[in-house]
Design a binder for this molecule. Structure first.
Ligand code: SF4
Ligand code: SF4
Length: 153
């Protein structure tokens, strides 16, 4: 259930640091974009997104298949916290955490707004339908799957 403060939902009035654990988890829209494999250019430091998704990503729900143990299973899975939300430049601008950090409202398709976890997929925000599992791809071929950065938010 969404907490209403002064007639405003929590994401409009709280900072990331003020969120309860439940609110923090609910703020994730379930897009799966942060679970895409990223490649860093050793010369420039630029980070390139690929359409390859972490092997633990469920391609239907775009949620992690083992969320509770993800850091034991995937060692480079990033634990997102308020500081990282503000410093990581590859977090998509659509991300619920980034929006709150930047004092932007959530979009209509966010499950907290729509009340429906399917709207993030219907709006074309999630990786459903086009992400591919990294599982069977050789690391040396990852560069073939580089995509443009997301522009929508
Ligand atoms: S990009 Fe943000 S909103 Fe989307 S799955 Fe990752 S943490 Fe959640
Ligand atoms: S372990 Fe889970 S949360 Fe972490 S990147 Fe992989 S699918 Fe995403």
């Amino acid at each position: 259930m969404t907490e209403i403060i002064d007639h405003q939902p929590f994401w409009r009035v709280k900072t990331l640091e003020e969120l309860t654990q439940q609110e923090w988890e609910a703020l994730c829209d379930g897009c799966g974009r942060c679970c895409l494999v990223k490649l860093e250019d050793e010369d420039t430091g630029d980070v390139h997104l690929t359409r390859l998704a972490c092997r633990l990503l469920d391609h239907g729900s775009c949620r992690c298949k083992d969320y509770a143990n993800r850091h034991q299973v995937v060692h480079d899975c990033l634990a997102i916290d308020p500081e990282k939300v503000r410093s990581i430049d590859w977090l998509p601008s659509s991300c619920g955490y980034r929006r709150v950090a930047e004092r932007r409202d959530l979009a209509w398709w966010h499950p907290l707004v729509s009340g429906d976890p399917e709207t993030v997929h219907q709006a074309g925000i999630s990786v459903r339908g086009w992400a591919q599992s990294e599982g069977r791809i050789k690391v040396s071929s990852y560069h073939r799957y580089i995509i443009k950065d997301f522009e929508d938010d």
